[in-house]
Design a protein around this ligand. Structure first.
Ligand code: SF4
Ligand code: FES
Length: 248
């Protein structure tokens, strides 16, 4: 099939950007979206032109590197999938696609479809861990975890830090990401001692990074490729209040 792509081209962080039009033919429905871009880039490089810059690593939906916006949808039209898991059979011959990087104040564009997502790493660094004494590993069964809690913690840990939630949110809020990172630790017994202080530190860091506040719009949950539930944001707010009370 043949597609018409309008791709955001921006050579550097502070440079002006614009959409550039490409026609890509010979696209198979079995190609992933990134393989289709690989095809375009091979042709651009052969013609002596600059390839479209986009991020990717695992190409199997687990690293969070590949996100961008396709026709207004973060990660494209397929629910519960990252761009690298999206196949061209989701589109039709002759379709026009508009590709843009995440649009969020906290995610500056580095080049074309690549944004700087270091702000998410700094939120994790501010408290997304369990402090432990060094030494030998504890006996694995010394702290029992209820199956239901283990399952919910594992579901929250499915967050891959892609940033789609913040990019899709009209407030530019990273609440869903932050809530997932808080919940996957706070649901476990090992995460209890720092549960409140962790939430306070991580929410404050999200504010410092320039992410907006949550006003329960729900775009984050709809855009999330890992189906992280927005209900975790309520849990984060509760943990934040616990942390605030302990500090006063
Ligand atoms: S909550 Fe979902 S959309 Fe947000 S960073 Fe995690 S995986 Fe991506
Ligand atoms: S390249 Fe890793 S999630 Fe898409």
């Amino acid at each position: 099939m043949k597609l018409v792509l309008h791709v955001w081209r921006q050579p550097a962080r502070d440079a002006a950007g614009r959409f550039e039009r490409f026609e890509v033919d010979g696209v198979s429905g079995d190609m992933s979206f990134l393989e289709m871009l690989d095809l375009l880039n091979e042709r651009l490089i052969s013609a002596g032109q600059a390839p479209v810059a986009f991020d990717s690593d695992c190409r199997e939906g687990i690293c969070g590197a590949c996100g961008f916006v396709i026709n207004g949808d973060a990660h494209g039209p397929l629910p519960g999938a990252t761009v690298c898991q999206l196949h061209m059979r989701s589109f039709h011959d002759g379709q026009e696609l508009w590709l843009e990087p995440w649009r969020s104040r906290a995610f500056p564009v580095l080049r074309d479809l690549i944004v700087d997502r270091d702000a998410l790493d700094r939120i994790i660094a501010s408290g997304g861990y369990v402090s432990v004494s060094t030494g030998s590993a504890p006996e694995a069964n010394s702290v029992s975890v209820a199956k239901a809690d283990a399952d919910r913690a594992m579901d929250a840990a499915a967050c891959i830090g892609c940033g789609a939630c913040a990019a899709a949110c009209p407030n530019g809020s990273a609440a869903l990401f932050t809530a997932a990172k808080i919940a996957h630790l706070g649901l476990l017994p090992q995460g209890q001692p720092e549960r409140g202080s962790r939430a306070v530190a991580m929410v404050k860091q999200a504010d410092r990074e320039g992410f907006g506040g949550c006003s329960n719009i729900g775009e984050c949950e709809a855009a999330c490729p890992k189906s992280i539930p927005a209900g975790l944001i309520a849990r984060m707010n509760r943990d934040f209040l616990i942390g605030g009370r302990r500090r006063t």
